[in-house]
Design a protein around this ligand. Sequence first.
Ligand code: ZN
Length: 686
Amino acid sequence: MTLLTAAVATTANATPQAAADQFPYNDERFADLQMLRYQVPGFNELSLRQKTLVYCLNQAALYGRDILWDQNGRYNLRIRQMLETVYTNYKGNRNTPDWEAFVTYLKRVWFSNGIHHHYGCDKFQPGFSQEFLRAAVKSVPQSQLPITAANGSNPAAVDALCDELFPIMFDPTIMPKRVNQADGQDLILTSAENYYGQGVTQAEAEAFYTQMKEAYTNPKQPIMFGMNSRLVKENGQLKEKVWRSGGLYGPAIDKIIYWLKKALLVAESEAQKKVINKLIEVYQTSDLKTFDKYTILWVNNTEDDVDFTNYFTESYGDPLGMKASWEAITNFKDHAATERTRKLSDNAQWFEDNSPVDARFKKEKCKGISAKVIVAAILGGDLYPSTAIGINLPNSNWVRAEHGSKSVTIGNLTDAYNKAAHGNGFQEEFVIDQATQKLIDDYGDYCDDLHTDLHECLGHGSGKLLPGVDVDSLKAYGSTIEEGRADLFALYYLADPKLVELGLTPAPEAYQSQYYTYLMNGLLTQLVRIEPGKDVEEAHMRNRAFIANWVLAHAAADSTAAPAVQLVKREGKTYVQVNNYPALRKLFGTLLAEVQRIKSEGDFDAARNLVETYGVKVDPDLHAEILARYKALNLAPYKGFINPKYELVKNSLGIITDVKITYDEPYDQQMLRYSSQYRTLPYIND
Ligand code: ZN
């Protein structure tokens, strides 16, 4: 294990920047979506056993795909099959507006795992005509169309299929929203999600689960009622159709179990075997107490490199917030990043002793925290293609309270977002000149990560309150001050020679990239996330604003030369201009000392004054300018990922010798492959 750590760390550090930048992070763009690709650094350095384990867990992660499609809407699997049959077989003219609109529609449906927007939940309105689609459907092989017994037989069956599915696609009044949250309406009857059977009302569902909760005999350890079932009405009686082997979604779940059993054979440890075995038991029984036991085993399994989640997990898709959508991710530890955080943690006391903070506010004994950074190997279900960049599970409150949770950041996805943003014109628009742009190109991403590490591993853990000071004395300003304190600690030390000594900085001037982007964000570009006329409200945005504005205001105070940083206008556009980076570091240090004093003494008035003066108000003219410049860039608001492809390499005896990873599968080919290779469920699941 130790050997592997070193080997991976060396390889990752040695990756030339140029090679990394040639990876095609940006893929195609359509509607409001930008497709991205992510690399899986470190995969090739895993042992064969670990690679095989990842492969098996990936298979389990992909075999649940149909479940999510059905959860998102009763007709999604049928519509998908109909659209894909047309997409692959249509012999007509593919150069018409109708065809183009059809392709865009299908790509959006793929992205959303159904016919409603993945984020806004509104049904997509097709940009092509019903006549076009009917003619297209009639032109393709009937045997591949999702015709059911109810559609009758040749030749009327195809028309009957269109008659049945077209209103669901085209009529804006039918199933208009996947998840309706409008107060005062029956949220279940008006939502198109498939978590409740036909005719079940909100009042009935609420009464059903209230009764179930009241009858539960262990209120201190409540299970997540209703989480893994559809609630249906049969002969006037409400009942749960549970998702398990032999139950609803059984065919998909059996495939998942099959691959989990394969994973057992190559598991890394006994503890990990227990986790996988317990999950299999959950899939077999759907018992929610067993599920809690599984999550406890999972939370405690922190030693192994490879990790995963694979179950019904988040409940955003249910208007009542109970029923969980199926999702999966396979991942492994990022040893290079973990090595970085370990170096910082090991030297926590040095950083504490040498900070510009008053000695009275320093910790005598300082312990750093090793954060876990992971590499995603595959995204599945509700994490694909749109995904999270951090995971914090399980969701059960009592399990979290008694056993803790796993909180990780997914380094390679964050990295892909960053890299993809390089070519999109954003920095070209807002960065002042080529020299600064080059600095950011060379060191920006690396220093972003380092800033996060310093912030998380050292910043939050540094300093102490004076005896008798109430932890809540800063009240509403508490989290802004705390985040600012951690940021300032990171900013101050990013420029320290100690990082060179520890081998954590690629070049002595690298920190300047972070200084520039931090100030540019705090002074200018984070304003794109605020509506015109509004103040800065969110704690992280406030902390960045107060740091940047305070530094700007104090940059000229003690110097007759040019200020350390200033805002300049060129051709009507505002830019950040840094004249003196070492002087900036001094300013960050001065503010760090003051913010630590505020925290240590619980000085509420000073906290309020600092945040209200520098962190809340927005200059309306500057705000309007930034919003206009951002809008002109026409960037896609939503992004999602194409997965890499994994293939087993076998020798002539059929023995696995390697697992090969490739990154060049086109978006449509990946979706079509998943639909054929991982298709598990009937078109309609009742
Ligand atoms: Zn923080």
